[in-house]
Write a protein that binds this ligand. Structure first.
Ligand SMILES: *Cc1c(COP(=O)(O)O)cnc(C)c1O
Length: 431
């Protein structure tokens, strides 16, 4: 099995955190998101412990809410000592409603409207990560109107290419995120920010991309940030206290992906940071990281019921399931690979080559192509692994398919955390 929390019981069924997946499907219906809370907690601890060990006690991981945002995630990450990254008033609202401390929220986003800015200021979010000049001016003005002084990090684009998918590659100079250092525009950005009366600049932020397995791009990132910070300190006297180096560590979707050793990656980055800071003659800043995918992806499994098996003679075999791009658009968006298995026959040979197709009237509605699973019959439960990140968060009602329920499992017990959407739910705003 791809992960330790998955196993097969004596009925030949897949178990998740010790619970029979076929029973979960029967009790809560399908499609069903299953999230193993113990896995999430252990990922949080890995980050917290390694960051404290290598970057010092003030360092902290921020959970990137966009990977999976619902009320029930916030008490879990809060109790593990995480801060959070939020990218919209909707995420701020959800986290705050779940009792997450607002002062531990970092507000991101490439287009924060005036009303978003006002909303976040009034809620009292800890930090804004300012993306651009327009936002800076609006934030300064609105904070002034509210009589506040807002702590910010400035988002810089460092011109790094982490060699990941185009759609999740954010660090290059030609990017809609942040202000580039290479073009000289960052100098002006920092100077303007330092001149804002209602803004307190605490440091810099940069994020290079996602689903990254090596430390190289993070190492280059801390090096460039240290050099840049030293240059700004020399020119303006401003010494950045914080470097937020973003998220992006990869996870194992299939056994072709390497196993990630997060403490080791963090150790390498910390060594590099210390060297770079001493070379540039600056103090070592407080480090924040923003893992999203690597906190929740592995914890998630989606369960579907098989509708049928269609063998197109001379071409291929299709297994149709009762969900698809509406609950998991990642294959349709990025051709992301997944590990799929027949959870009802997890002890049988996975020797039936097939393509898993969803229920939408869209030929791109697929979850995986040309994979091998134990041959299913109508009614068998199909499990798709590693769906904790960017699945529920990206779900839609295309074809008027209600969003699935989400069940959390912990210490061998399951509990409903998000109810299945009803038809009335989907119509509730329609006049
Ligand atoms: C998406 C994103 C993250 C999280 O990335 P993961 O790959 O999920 O770890 C963190 N910070 C920023 C600014 C992001 O855009």
């Amino acid at each position: 099995m791809l992960y330790d929390n998955l196993s097969v019981n004596d009925k030949g069924h897949l178990t998740i955190g010790g619970i029979d997946s076929v029973s979960l499907a029967a009790e809560y219906g399908t499609p069903l998101y299953v999230l193993d809370e113990d896995v999430i907690r252990s990922k949080c601890r890995t980050y917290v412990d390694a960051m404290h060990k290598y970057f010092g006690p003030e360092a902290a991981p921020l959970y990137a809410s966009k990977a999976l945002c619902f009320k029930g995630i916030y008490p879990v990450v809060a109790s593990e000592g995480m801060c959070v990254d939020v990218v919209s008033p909707g995420e701020i609202y959800t986290a705050a409603a779940a009792g997450f401390p607002v002062e531990k929220m970092f507000f991101h986003g490439t287009n924060k409207t005036d009303s978003d800015i006002r909303f976040a200021l009034e809620k009292g979010v800890g930090y804004f990560v300012v993306d651009n000049f327009n936002e800076l001016a609006s934030l300064d003005r609105i904070a002034g109107e509210l009589g506040m002084k807002q702590k910010v990090l400035l988002r810089l684009t460092l011109g790094l290419d982490p060699h990941t998918l185009e759609a999740i590659n954010t660090g290059r100079v030609d990017s809609q995120f942040g202000v580039p250092v290479d073009t000289g525009q960052a100098d002006e950005f920092v100077r303007e920010a330092l001149d804002c009366a209602n803004i307190s600049v605490e440091g810099y932020h940069s994020h290079v991309g996602s689903q990254i397995f090596e430390s190289d791009s993070f190492m280059r990132q801390v090096e460039i940030l240290a050099e840049y910070s030293a240059k700004v300190a020399k020119e303006t006297g401003f010494a950045a206290k914080i470097f937020n180096i973003g998220g992006g560590f990869g996870v194992r979707y299939t056994d072709k992906d390497p196993e990630q050793n997060i403490p080791e990656r963090i150790r390498e980055v910390s060594e590099h940071l210390k060297d770079a800071c001493s070379r540039c003659g600056i103090g070592i800043p407080v480090i924040y990281m923003e893992p999203g995918r690597s906190i929740v992806a592995d914890a998630g499994v989606t369960l579907y019921e098989t509708g049928g098996v269609k063998e197109v003679k001379g071409y291929r075999n299709y297994v149709t399931v009762d969900g698809g791009m509406t609950d998991n658009p990642r294959y349709a968006l990025y051709k992301s690979e997944y590990t799929v298995l027949n959870a009802s026959r997890a002890d049988e040979n996975a020797d039936y080559e097939c393509t898993i197709a969803g229920r939408c009237c869209e030929s791109g509605d697929r979850i995986a192509e040309y994979i091998n699973i134990a041959k299913p019959e109508r009614g068998d439960i199909i499990a798709v692994l590693t769906t904790g990140a960017y699945n529920y968060a990206m779900a839609s009602n295309y074809n008027r398919v209600p969003r699935p329920a989400l069940v959390m499992v912990k210490s061998g017990e399951a509990r409903l955390a998000v109810r299945r959407e009803s038809f009335e739910d989907m119509m509730k705003n329609e006049l």
